[in-house]
Write a protein that binds this ligand. Sequence first.
Ligand code: SIN
Ligand code: FE
Length: 296
Amino acid sequence: MNSIVELPGDSWTQAVPPDVQNRAIEDLEQGRVLFFPRLAFTLLPEEEAFLKPEWGAGGAKNISFERETGKIWGATGSEAEKTALSRMLRRYADSTREFLQNLFPTYAASLLQARTSYRPIEIAGRPSSYRKDDTRLHVDAFPSRPTGGRRILRVFSNINPEGKPRCWRVGEGFREYAQRFVPRVSAPIPGSRFLLSLTGITKGYRSLYDHYMLGLHDQGKLDIEYQKQSPQEAFAFPPNSTWICFTDQVLHAVDSGQYLLEQTFHLPRAALRHPELSPLSVLESIVGRPLCASSL
Ligand code: SIN
Ligand code: FE
């Protein structure tokens, strides 16, 4: 299926040669995962203490950090320890930002940096509701965080110190997946999306695009036959490697792994080289109507 492409590069800060930039943007926008086997996020000696699952408060899957405000969520520890953990996450936020600016110069002016996340818990064997179960193939769409058609671009780095890979599966292309599940997504109830934003359930207005993306996410995860039988490729990302993809386009699932750093960026459709390949354009062509009020 060729959904994962290997690229050279072992530095977060060095310039990226134009031929690599060109291959990277083409493969990324086609819906492939860019895999950098030698791009390691190396912890500082004082950061190694954070390689324990106990840092997640109450067994939370994610410790989240917001670079803009310096806020951290979901972590245990004293104020001093949380400050030290925030410093590590800020370092990751800065490294991934610089790397993406080098790798995708045409995106640089439009990239919006969102949450940085640290996942210190083993994935395998974690109980979870079907909606939150990321061991089922899905594209990312979050009930409380509508994107309004903006892309979700994510950078992942496996920082496992015990040699354990992060094991993913990648499914069929976005168009095939959307064509299969769009007919199962019910039309939104008039007024309901406005109410959701008015009551603060969603952060901002859930556009029709967000409605369909959430529907695809839920219907895909609910279809056990599809989960078992659909075409999929397994891939183990080793420790000290990094990978990047549009998680709103790449059908993905994680089976196992522990100690992952992840940085989310958003990007408007207009910043893409091939806007027609975006989930927004693909869904609009399937549904036959515009799905966002503003033309992104
Ligand atoms: C996901 O985005 O579904 C989870 C990826 C991971 O934690 O490896
Ligand atoms: Fe996901």
